[in-house]
Design a protein around this ligand. Sequence first.
Ligand code: ZN
Length: 436
Amino acid sequence: MHVQTMIRAGHVMPMTEDRAVLSNQAILINDGRIVAILDPAQCADVTADVVYELPDHIVLPGFVNAHTHAPMNLLRGLGADLPLMQWLQTKIWPAEGKLMSPAFCHDGALLAGEEMINSGVTCASDHYFFSADVARGLTEAGMKCSVSAIIIGFPSAMAADDEAYIRCAHELFEEFADSRNVRVTVGPHAPYTVSDIMLTAARDLSEKYGARIHMHVDETQTEIEDSLKQYGMRPVERLHKLGLLNDRFISVHTVHPDDKEIELLAQAGASIVHCPCSNLKLASGFSPVSRMMQAGINLAIGTDGVASNDKLDMLGETRLAAMLGKAVANDTTVMKVADLLYAATMGGAKALGWDDRIGSIEAGKDADIIAVDLGAADSIPVSDPASQLLYSAGREDITHVWVDGQLVVKKQQSTELRNLSREKLQNLAKTWQNRI
Ligand SMILES: [Zn+2]
């Protein structure tokens, strides 16, 4: 057999349901799609136009950043250490008020896309204004994306009133109806910024276009208290009552759900997107993620926007999610490595309803693949590749990124540092590892 591309890797984590970690595999790619994953004995007679030999790497599907506000990359660094409302009122909203435009959203998304693709993110789900321009920025950076038809109860540079938001939503869905690499979600901002009437309209848009609903929910304790005061019920109960909860619903943050809300989300088949950096930096609280996973809710990971993170580093975000989740549950056995890496890839793909094409390395799927170097001093010796990918490696170790089979990122791996060669360090690590 002859293929266009063959990636031979020391370790492969395809993110299949069995959470397998395979050794010494070859991934074969033709016309942007994965053809097969074979062990060396099976591919003796396979030839390829290009062969990548990556014996020290772990190869996995590209990360799916399930929640971000890409244009906010242009607001990086504003207002650290301020209380949440002061941060929004004195820094973020005035800056957005001044800058908001299609060009701002395009340029910010381009920067965010560049940061994300270099961090191994091959698909992002964005939530912002002027989403057609966001989509153009992200795709110019080489990635796939899902962008939101935002609905919010305030006038903006994009839309003056409810009617205009709905009109913009229809236009966005129509513009990308036939796009292969851009999808559209309905993006009601949050329960506290969207009226019952507009939430119902969001539900109708989701039904008309078969689209996901992507929404911040239960982010702060204040949001819950205000909902109880204004509507006599908690936010998730209100969304349930209005008919928004189903398997197309993506609940972002979900820091403060009670048992009933967890049950409602689980029964609906909804997904949650956990954004631990943002929750910590904004002092939003500690999400009961492991309880939601135990209830059967699909978990995805998101970075949120740079204004509250301040980086779009999915590997780092997932590492924090694992550690924080263990501490919150007071249980080291929850938030397992394989489940967290699955959440950062396939979990995101499932949340977006895109798991037929992305999220795992399986025959027939898009070749959206990353390779992470586990041979450098920060990861050796390697005894558990998946665990060390999550806990030892960093985004700087992501050396190769392919989207649709095209190599879009290629970084040099460090070979020499102060005369200590990579080989010498590896031999040293191996010598001691063999004595364990
Ligand atoms: Zn957000």
